[in-house]
Design a protein around this ligand. Sequence first.
Ligand SMILES: Cc1cc2nc3c(=O)[nH]c(=O)nc-3n(C[C@H](O)[C@H](O)[C@H](O)COP(=O)(O)O)c2cc1C
Length: 416
Amino acid sequence: MRKKQTTVSFSWQALKAKGSIIGLAPMDGVTDVAYRLIQKKYGQPDVVFSEFVNVEGLCHGVLKLMHHFVYDAKDLIKSKSLGNLSDQTSLSERPVIAQLYGKNPECFYQAALLVAHMGFDGVDVNMGCPAKNVTSNGAGAGLIKTPALAQEIVHQVKQAVADYRAGATLDQAPDISDEIKLATYAIALLASGYTLVELSLPPMVRELYTRLDPKLRERSIPVSIKTRTGYDKPTTHSWISTLLETQPEALSLHGRTLRQAYTGRADWDEIALAAALVRDAGVVFLGNGDVDSVETAYEKINTYGVDGVLIGRASFGNPYVFRSKDFKPDKSLFQIAVEHAYLYEESTKLMHKLFDLVSPDQPVRLIMKEKLFLPFRKHLSWYVKGVPEAKKLRAKLMQVSSASEAEAILRESRLI
Ligand SMILES: Cc1cc2nc3c(=O)[nH]c(=O)nc-3n(C[C@H](O)[C@H](O)[C@H](O)COP(=O)(O)O)c2cc1C
């Protein structure tokens, strides 16, 4: 048995009982494992979410998607890139919620079963994404147009976590490939304190998974929903009432419609309208949209009757957004940028080793090797946004292909 397994159930109500909740919003292409660990280490948000993961993709065997689910991996938490702070071994993303999107209820059921097996603290259903390639298919915020389907999806996800507690195995996920199942076990083991080296071969992964504490199954895994105020105009009252019929444990509301995407300002009066409904239903309620500091977060909590908020874009390049103004950080954002860059590199290596382990005959790559670091450039640009004459510096940082190159440029500019 391992040291770090969490057999304690997460509950949104218990989190709320500790005080107002300030969490990190899910953001595709941003809130990966490295980002979440950095935000937890320096900002300590009360809860974090994975990027959204497509359930139909999982049912069609897209193994690559599994990299979004890597969390709390010991290889990363203990890595040199995260420094040698005394609290390092206790660093954890928990509570960490996996977010799913799609429109096929059966695939949601199977994907939620995977999430439960991986040991996440909760499952969140995305009903808020405004991207055309998602909504044109009826998924994300597109579900606002099909309330009966939206309800069916939540029922299936709740059924999956209930079945998991009652003993369901991944045999009950017939459309999920063996590689994805194996990756599921490996991710659970990594989050339970095993290193990838200890997993060595597929039979070992299966064997070690059976040895995990059986109490893991007794955890309740709450289901939550994240959505918007409406499709082309706010229909907050009817839409939120529809969702509450499915009895989620928590609900997050971004105060914009699908049509607004990210334009204009989030409408907190609509969020307040929903807050009254949600409170009466005994569901934990988080408001979201344009919160840029802890102080603004508390102002929203006190003014609009929400139990907490999610902060998204204001966390870009700034985990201290989760700290109050009088917090005295001992690391600069530039030092954090370097740490984050090395951790990001390690996380991509870890994911490729994971793919090699579960699919040795058909190597899966996230992106070509020489391009692996490119998605990180945007983070570098965010970290230097407050620097005078950032333009030149940013132009240089936009050319880097490794953490060491980024570090060299920040040194040359005397920022670290
Ligand atoms: C780059 C980006 C990616 C996003 N991806 C997701 C996602 O995967 N799932 C989700 O529920 N919301 C996603 N969102 C929406 C955010 O979670 C949040 O609702 C939105 O950014 C408003 O909050 P903010 O004003 O604090 O940024 C994304 C937003 C951005 C900017």
